[in-house]
Write a new protein. Structure first.
Length: 63
């Protein structure tokens, strides 16, 4: 499914960017080559990044 129709960015594209280390909407936008458009995708993108980050494994260090 498309997250951004203006830039033809899919959910898979966003997941790939986050898996590659993107932690913010700005980083995802830069990684996908996002150009300014209508902006209606920003809320959905931000939620996807938050969800992906909250579902990623948390690094722990042994004491």
């Amino acid at each position: 499914m498309y997250v951004c129709i203006c830039n033809a960015v899919t959910e898979s594209d966003v997941h790939d960017c986050v898996a590659a280390g993107a932690c913010t909407t700005g980083q995802v936008k830069r990684a996908c080559g996002w150009k300014p458009g209508c902006g209606s995708c920003t809320t959905r993108l931000a939620q996807m990044v938050r969800d992906a980050r909250s579902n990623s494994p948390v690094e722990t260090t042994a004491a």
